[in-house]
Design a protein around this ligand. Sequence first.
Ligand code: BG6
Length: 493
Amino acid sequence: MTPRTIPVEVFDLIVFGATGDLAQRKLLPALFYRDLQGQIPLAARIIGSSRRAMTRDAFRASALAAIEAHVAEDLRKPDTCKRFLDRLDYVAAEANQEAGWKELEKVLKPMDDRIRVFYLAVGPDLFGPICERLGSHNLVTPKSRVVVEKPVGKNGASARALNEQIGRIFPEPSIYRIDHYLGKETVQNLMALRFANALFEPIWNAAHIDHVQITVAETLGVEGRAGYYDTAGALRDMVQNHMLQLLCLVAMEPPISIDADAVRDEKLKVLQSLKSITADNMATQTVRGQYRAGASAGGAVPGYLEELGSNTSKTETYVALKVEIGNWRWNGVPFYLRSGKRLESRASEIVVEFKPIPHSVFDASAGTIRSNSLVIRLQPDEGVKLWLMIKDPGPGGMRLRHVPLDMSFADAFGVRNPDAYERLIMDVVRGNQTLFMRRDEVTAAWKWIDPILDYWRESPELPKPYTAGTWGPSAAVALIERDGRTWHESDVA
Ligand code: BG6
C-alpha cells in the first residue's frame, strides 16, 4: 500500500540547535523522508542554525552523515540525497548575543511571505532569548510558527515563565509544543479505534472497564544525556507529557470534532479531573526507582550512578503510579502508569482491562475465564490485540482459552511506519495544532505533577533500586497487586 501524503505550501524551516542530537537523529532524517515522499515543495528551504561557526557545505556534510546513520540504505539514492542537501543552508547565530542575527535576516527577509517555522531544538533556557531576538529582528511574520520541544519547564512555575516569554512574541495559535508521542501512528489510531467504531464507546466507562495500564518501557539507559536527565528524572521526562497525554486520549470524552481546540478542550478536562496524590497516599500510589548495574540487550551495563559519575543522585529512572480520575465516566477505575529506563524489553502499550463476566455458565473443567482486554501496542510492532475467551478447538469437551484477535499494522498494511516527527513537522507547516499541547494543558499537567515532585524532593527516602534488565523495583509490583491486579507482562515480554 502506498501511503498518502498531503502536499504542503512552500516554507522556510529554521532549526535552532541544528548540530545537536535531536536535529541530527530525528529532525533531519524526518525531513529527508518527507522529501523522499514528495511532500516538500522544491522551493522549500531548511536553514540550520547554532552557535557553532560552520560553512553551508560543512552543515550539508553533517546532514548527510545524519541521513546515512538513520535512513535505510536503499532509500538513500544519490539524486534524492542531492535534492535534499540542496535545500540546506546554515547561519551561525548566538541566542544571547547579536552575532549572526543580521545574517539570518538577510537569508529570511526576501521570503517574508512564506510560511516560516522556527524549530527550537535547544534547551529551554534558550527559548526566551531566541524568541526575543526573533522579535527584535522583525523575523516573526503573520505566517510564522514556533516549535518548542519538551520539557516545557521543570515545574508549574518555570513552565509559566517560559510560556510567557514565548507568548510575548508568538500568539498561542502559532506556538507548537511538541510531544512526539502524539505523532506516533498507534496513538492516533487510539482516536480512530474509539471514535470511528461503534463497538467500544458504549462500554468505555466505569461500568465495564476494571482498570487501564499504560506502560512505556525502554531498554536504553540515559545514553549521552545524563546531564539533562539527572535534572529531570522519569516523572518530568516521560510522565508529565507523554504518559499523561496517552492517558488523556484514553480517558477523554468524544470531542465534537478532531479540530485542534475541540480535542484539546477534552484532554484538558481529563487533566483537571485527575485526583491529587497527597502525602497521605504518596506511599501507596507512587513508586520511584533507579537502576543498578545489570544486563541489558545481551550485555553488561553499568548502574545509573556509575553512568552519572556521582553517587548522590536521587533522580528516578523508573516511575509507577496509580492515577484516579474524578469524573462520572471513570470514577473508581484506576489508571496504572509505569515507565522506566533499562527495563527488560522495549515495549510501550496501553491495556484496557474489562470487568469479569458476572456469572459463569461453564463448569470448573472449562478452566479459568479471564477478563477481556484491549491492548494497544505503540512500539515496537505497532498493533491492536483484543483478548477473548474462546473454545479450545476439537473434541474433548468445553475447554476455554484466552487468545487474542491480533492485528499487526505492519502485516495488515505493509508500509513503513513514519516516525512521529515526520507527521508533526508537516502538521506545523500545515498549521494543524491538534497533536500539540496547548498552554493550559501544560499548566494543568504540572499542577498535578508538582506535589509529587515536591514530596519526593523533601523525602529522605531514596528511589528503590532495581537491576538493569528487569521490570523495575518490586514495590511497583506491590503497587498494583495491593489492588488484586497484576501488570500485563505477558503482552510486553
Ligand atoms: C523522550 C525522552 O521524550 O522520549 C527520552 O526525553 C525517551 O528519555 C524518549 O527515551 C522515548 O521516546 P520513544 O519514541 O523512543 O519511545
